[in-house]
Design a protein around this ligand. Structure first.
Ligand code: SF4
Length: 350
C-alpha cells in the first residue's frame, strides 16, 4: 500500500505529490490532508472566522468572460447599479452591524470611473474610518490602482481564474490574456495592496495539471488572500451544459493551499456553498477562515448572478449573523468582526 506519510510535514508539495493528492482515492490520506490544513490555520488564526461585508454595486460589465452570467453579451438579465448614496448607506449599515472589512464588488462598469471609485473610497473612509476597504472591480490601470490606494483602499481581489494559458483562453475572449492578468496581480502587490487571487475548480479546459499550475502561480505571487470555488454553469452562457466542478476536488485544493499558505486569508466561498448544501462549513473544515455575508440591497443580490442558483439569502446574508455565529459555534469556531488583516511577515496592513 502506498505511503502518504509526507502529507504531515512537506512544506511545499512536489508536482508528483500534488498529482497524487488530487487523484488519490485513499480516504486516510485525504483526511490527513484535511486535518493538517485545519491545524495549520489554527496555529495562526485560532478558531476565528473573519467576516467581510460584501457590497455588490453593479452588474454591468464591459467584459465578455464566457463563463460569467453578467458578461456583456447576456441580454437576459436585469442590470442594476447602486448610487453613491446607496453604496454609502449599505456600507454604514454593515459598519453599524460591526463589519470592519467592506468589499466593493462589481463588473467592469465604465459608469464607475476611476474618479467615481476614489470618491466612494473617500466616502467609506469618512463614514467607516477603521474599516478595511477591499476592491473587487476587475482590472484598472496602475495609476488608478495607485490612486485608490492613496484614497484609502487596503486590499484588492483579482482572480486569475486559470494559470494555464490554454484554459484561460478557453474561458475568455481574446481581449484578455493570462499574461496581462498575471502582470496586474504583481502590480497590485507592488503597490502594497493585500492582494487576493483565486481560480475556478473544474472550469472548462481545466484538469489536475492546470490546477497544479494554479498552485504554482500562487506560490510565486504569495497573495494575502486566496479564493477558490467550484465552477458553476450559468444558463445564458456557452458553458451552460458544462458540469459543476467537483466539491471534493475544491476541498482538497483548499486544504493544499492552506498548508502551503499558512497565513493566507481564505474564504469559504459562496460558490462552494451554492454547489454543496453544507459547503460553507466544509470549506472551514478544510482550512478556510473567512466568510463574506452579502450586505447588498435585495434587488442587487438577486441580479448579481455570476452563475446559476447563487445563494444570497439565509445564512449568506447579513440578516442572519447571529444564526451564522451559532452555527459556527457548534463546530468550535467563532465569528470575528475585526479587520482580520493578513498576519504574514510581508503584510502591508495599513
Ligand atoms: S467575470 Fe468579471 S470581468 Fe468577466 S464578465 Fe464577469 S464580471 Fe465581467
Amino acid at each position: 500500500m502506498q505511503s502518504f506519510d509526507w502529507i504531515k510535514d512537506t512544506p511545499h508539495f512536489s508536482d508528483e505529490q500534488l498529482e497524487e493528492l488530487l487523484s488519490t482515492e485513499d480516504k486516510t490520506a485525504i483526511e490527513t490532508l484535511r486535518k493538517r490544513a485545519v491545524s495549520t490555520v489554527f496555529k495562526i488564526y485560532k478558531n476565528s472566522i473573519y467576516v467581510r461585508g460584501l457590497i455588490e454595486f453593479s452588474n454591468y460589465c464591459k467584459q465578455g468572460c464566457y463563463y460569467c452570467g453578467i458578461n456583456r453579451m447576456n441580454q437576459d438579465i436585469k442590470r442594476f447599479r447602486l448610487t453613491y448614496e446607496q453604496i454609502l448607506s449599505t456600507a454604514v449599515h454593515g459598519y453599524e452591524l460591526g463589519f470592519r472589512t467592506l468589499v466593493l464588488q462589481g463588473g467592469e462598469d465604465p459608469h464607475f470611473t476611476d474618479e467615481f471609485i476614489i470618491k466612494i473610497i473617500r466616502g467609506l473612509k469618512e463614514n467607516c474610518p477603521d474599516a478595511a476597504i477591499t476592491l473587487s472591480i476587475g482590472i484598472r490601470s496602475f495609476e488608478a490602482c495607485q490612486s485608490f490606494k492613496e484614497a484609502g483602499a487596503n486590499r484588492f481581489l483579482l482572480r486569475h481564474e486559470s494559470a494555464d494559458e490554454e484554459c484561460f483562453e478557453k474561458l475568455h475572449p481574446n481581449n484578455q490574456s493570462f499574461v496581462t492578468r498575471k502582470a496586474a496581480l504583481f502590480k497590485l502587490k507592488e503597490l502594497g495592496y493585500q492582494t487576493g487571487t483565486g481560480f475556478m475548480v473544474g472550469a472548462p479546459g481545466s484538469s489536475i495539471s492546470t490546477h497544479i499550475k494554479d498552485i504554482k502561480l500562487i506560490r510565486e505571487l504569495k497573495p494575502e488572500m486566496i479564493g477558490i470555488g467550484p465552477f458553476i454553469p450559468h444558463h445564458s452562457t456557452v458553458f451552460k451544459d458544462h458540469p459543476t466542478g467537483s466539491i471534493e476536488m475544491t476541498l482538497r485544493l483548499l486544504a493544499i493551499l492552506r498548508i502551503e499558505n499558512p497565513c493566507a486569508l481564505i474564504p469559504s466561498t459562496t460558490a462552494l456553498n451554492t454547489a454543496c448544501k453544507d459547503g460553507r462549513i466544509q470549506g472551514i473544515l478544510h482550512g478556510a477562515n473567512v466568510l463574506m455575508p452579502n450586505l447588498s440591497p435585495p434587488h442587487a443580490r438577486e441580479s448579481y448572478n455570476l452563475y446559476d442558483n447563487k445563494v444570497s439569502s439565509g445564512l449568506e446574508s447579513d440578516a442572519h449573523l447571529r444564526e451564522l455565529g451559532n452555527y459556527l459555534n457548534k463546530y468550535g469556531y467563532r465569528l470575528d468582526f475585526s479587520r482580520g488583516d493578513y498576519r504574514g511577515s510581508s503584510a502591508t496592513c495599513i
